[in-house]
Ligand binder design. Structure first.
Ligand code: CO
Length: 134
């Protein structure tokens, strides 16, 4: 059911420093910081030949990654995003297999303006999973 790995999101305490690690130290191409107020994050996209890394930093007081950074002050992998062809079929398949979809289960537009859903980390070996319909 799941397709390609669309991105790996990493929560970072210092976006400038994290972007520098990826440009200067690892030699990758990164975007300018992009503010996504609807998602409570500022993000820098790292473009790799086979996938993307999204460096996430909290934006605003209700940021969904604020508590993650409190628990992981030096940052860490926040979620993996897999592509699906049809997010409603994928959601219904997951629910019928006992997986928990976060929130009200209705897909929202994600950082790339595509419908996304998040799955409970306890159902996937401690990893928050995002599904994105392409
Ligand atoms: Co994501």
């Amino acid at each position: 059911m799941i397709g390609r790995l669309n991105h790996i999101a990493i929560a970072v305490p210092d976006l400038t420093n994290a972007a520098k690690e990826y440009t200067q130290t690892l030699g990758a191409k990164v975007s300018e910081p992009i503010k996504l107020p609807n998602h409570g994050v500022t993000t820098v996209f790292v473009e790799l030949p086979n996938t993307k890394i999204e460096l996430l930093h909290p934006l605003g007081d209700n940021s969904p990654i604020k508590s993650f950074l409190e628990k992981n002050p030096s940052g860490g992998v926040h979620h993996l995003c897999f592509e699906v062809k049809n997010i409603i079929i994928a959601r219904d398949h997951l629910i019928s297999n006992g997986a928990r979809v976060l929130g009200d289960g209705i897909p929202k537009l994600g950082a790339h303006d595509k419908p996304v859903l998040f799955l409970h980390p306890k159902d996937f070996s401690g990893t928050l999973i995002e599904l994105e319909e392409l």
